[in-house]
Design a protein around this ligand. Sequence first.
Ligand SMILES: [Zn+2]
Length: 220
Amino acid sequence: MKNWVVVGCVLLALGACGGGRDKAAGEKSGVRKLMTKAFSDSDVPEGGGLCGDPYLVGEVVGNVPGRISGCGLENAVRLQSVAGIELSQTATINCETAKALKDWVQTGAQPAVGKQGGGLSGLRVVAHYACRTRNNQPGAKISEHGRGKAIDIAAVQLADGSEISVLNDWGKGKKGKALGKMHAAACGPFGTVLGPNSDRHHKDHFHFDTANHRGGSYCR
Ligand SMILES: [Zn+2]
């Protein structure tokens, strides 16, 4: 019965299940109440719909002007969670990057963590939008962070309160294996993936961005 309700709800998703818009009609029939319950039982997070994606939760920011030429972005969002996984701080990024992060969480991070520590619960975000040059080097090109296309993640947080951190666990044991899988899985959803094997600036975090490279993703 429950599966049937979920399927029916997905088919009707843009109508009756999409939010509060059909409240009056739903209340009359009593159907909406049942469907809402079926939905909250699934992994579709409450309050989703940012960037038109039910798995993205956060708020629209709009235009972010750059402090210097080459920085800034239009249609920015402040992302709070992806697919039910909380960000340790909200991330100001564009929708393309938010969706790439969701793809990575669902197809990379969650499977890589598996049941370790009770499963994935959060991402420790250490950088998102910042108007700066690459690696803060004077005279270097504007970083993808300055365009809202990048996010840096230092660790994934587990349900039992522990974490798997790039700095402490890269290349070590079971947690290191999970990090290796997560790094590899980011290559595809993201255009650039940098970790401890790339350079000294990335010993303690993964850098993910949605820059377009000729010849596919750049992953080190
Ligand atoms: Zn970065």
